[in-house]
Design a protein around this ligand. Structure first.
Ligand code: ATP
Ligand code: MG
Length: 293
């Protein structure tokens, strides 16, 4: 392990939190990575609508778009971020400039490929970035990280560093097999954060329950890994329409079945059991740097 890597880790631990107007009270955000095995199963739509559902429950939410190279969160939200994480190094730019604001007061940050340049920065620059981002531990109740699909190192780093992980699948056999592969990779890396399943695009509850039972059974039996279910999201044409119109379904059609499904999941996340002690965004970066260096 290099000296540089060790220094980076120490800095994330030591970064002091400067006083800022965005400070609400001293506490830590729940950092949740949303991922999947197969691509195109609905991660980004789910993340954006979940953020809005949580905001309606008075939660402060920051979305980090960690799908390298893509800016899908912006496309689905219908608003764009002017800067990404690396712009924090530009003269006078603060975290509040880099983070854009979306509907219902949610905030989002285009982390993108910028996040991977962190390991190459000088100590002073890295310290500045970590200090700035740490401000969000005092603002955000939830930090949702939307990843790309698949078992690449890139995606796994975000999965391994989070407090909680949501795995999205659809009822299609290929999506289920790939979700299992993600669980296996997670277990292989000695992951300990709770894995929570969301089955998207179900036609009826039985179908959702069947997918959950199947994945719970195989993960318990072959991986000795217990997962829990956060619920289902129905197949919904209104969701497809919302994507085309670039207005999240929960805003354009609050009564739609997909909107109501995601609202229930938001409530379960907030009030349900199995809430783990969170390490906040500082804790996240501490672990993340361990994986990327
Ligand atoms: N509940 C749903 N009902 C109907 N269509 C849906 C639903 N969820 C997602 N979709 C469709 O699936 C498409 C892909 O969704 P999304 O972009 O969120 O997937 P993703 O997992 O983020 O993809 P990627 O792996 O490329 O990042 C959407 O454009 C939408 O058309
Ligand atoms: Mg996506």
């Amino acid at each position: 392990m290099s000296d540089q890597a060790e220094k980076l880790r120490q800095m994330t631990l030591q970064a002091k939190i400067p006083k800022s107007p965005i400070i609400k009270q001293m506490r830590r955000s729940r950092v949740i990575t949303v991922t999947s095995g197969k691509g195109g199963v609905g991660k980004t739509n789910f993340t954006v609508n979940l953020a809005l559902a949580l905001a309606a429950l008075d939660q402060r939410v920051l979305i980090i778009d960690a799908d390298l190279g893509m800016a899908n969160v912006e496309v689905i939200l219908g608003c764009s971020a002017q800067y990404n994480i690396l712009n924090l190094l530009e003269d006078g730019l603060k975290i509040t400039d880099v983070v854009a604001e979306g509907p219902r007061g949610i905030k989002f940050m285009a982390g993108g490929s910028g996040i991977y340049h962190l390991a190459n920065l000088s100590e002073a620059h890295l310290k500045h970035i970590v200090m700035q981002i740490s401000l969000f531990d005092n603002w955000a109740d939830f930090i949702l990280i939307d990843t790309g699909a698949g078992l690449s190192r890139n995606v796994l780093n975000f999965v391994m560093a989070a407090d909680e992980v949501i795995i999205i699948t659809t009822p299609e056999p290929t999506a289920i097999t790939d979700a299992y592969a993600m669980m296996k990779a997670y277990k292989g890396q000695n992951g300990t954060a709770p894995l929570r399943l969301v089955v998207n695009r179900i036609l009826d509850r039985d179908e959702g329950q069947m997918v959950v039972n199947k994945l719970m059974r195989v993960s318990q039996r072959f991986l000795d890994l217990s997962i829990d279910s956060l619920g289902y999201v129905y197949e919904d044409r209104k969701m497809v329409k919302a994507v085309k119109n670039q207005v999240p379904v929960i805003l354009s059609s609050p009564e739609a079945i997909s909107s109501r499904s995601i609202e229930s999941i938001g409530q379960r996340l907030l009030y349900g059991e199995n809430v783990q002690p969170s390490h906040g965004i500082k804790g996240f970066f501490h672990k993340f740097l361990e994986y990327i260096t």
